[in-house]
Design a protein around this ligand. Sequence first.
Ligand code: ZN
Length: 163
Amino acid sequence: MTLKVGKDRVVKFEYVLALDTGDVVDSSEGREPLAYLHGYGNIIPGLERQMEGMEVGEEKEIVVEPEEAYGPYIEGQVIQVPIQEFPEGLKPEVGMGIMVETADGRQIPYFITQITDDGMVYMDPNHPLAGQRLHFKVKVVEVREATEEEKAHGHVHEGGHHH
Ligand code: ZN
């Protein structure tokens, strides 16, 4: 009997992630397949929903709209911070995520999108893939029942390490 992808099962899969433009932005190629516990929101909702019922060895192309991925892109939130205002030892780089404290004391991650030659750092609270339709190619390589401990924690315990 082979298990299908479903709730309370640990799924290992290979994937390639591309945008509408065809640009590949992430892939499991050259790495271990990604393992996750299905049904606990450990991967983006649109991917989890459309992988439901897949079998080991099955390949599928899955398109996920922004609403079921990293959300819509919300304009008008980019902030500019002079590079001198960054703490000693923190070298800002494009793509880096930085926790920023808001006026009401919450910590929100901002992503550095641009650093100008005259030292202005542009930071955006939108996820780098916000507003993007995602095109996954996935292949399921393993499905097993989760352990009681994994279900209690809501995530996979793979290869003995714990995060
Ligand atoms: Zn755990």
